[in-house]
Unconditional design. Structure first.
Length: 123
């Protein structure tokens, strides 16, 4: 079977997809320590049920500030007394490694089948 760069590019893309997909949210306390190092995003839920993802959040005195990730010009300012919960993005390493292992197994099996098929056709 001749080398096909398209197959290599697809295999690489499929192999890298789990790295981006295995992320989650980790609940944290709304304290100054939660902002060291500063998170790039923070999921916020208020007591009244309103929820949003804030980009570049800051915690100043007793006030949470940021911009809505979906609407970058929409500034959010809320007292901490109105916040029910906050969470920051986190990578789930175990899920990522499991996905990569399963994917590597499938790629190995597929490569073996393709090799046997190429030998069987006299190529």
């Amino acid at each position: 079977m001749p080398y096909n760069p398209t197959h290599s590019a697809l295999a690489l893309l499929v192999a890298l997809l789990p790295l981006a997909a295995c992320t989650g949210w980790q609940a944290v306390q709304l304290t100054p320590a939660s902002f060291s190092p500063p998170p790039t995003e923070m999921r916020v839920a208020r007591l009244d049920g309103w929820q949003a993802v804030l980009a570049s959040p800051r915690f100043e005195w007793d006030t949470l500030r940021g911009r809505r990730a979906e609407e970058p010009y929409d500034s959010i300012v809320m007292p901490s007394s109105q916040v029910r919960s906050v969470a920051v993005p986190t990578r789930e390493e175990r899920a990522t490694l499991t996905s990569i292992g399963v994917l590597a197994g499938f790629i190995t099996i597929f490569a073996g089948i393709m090799t046997l098929g190429a030998r069987g056709t006299g190529s």
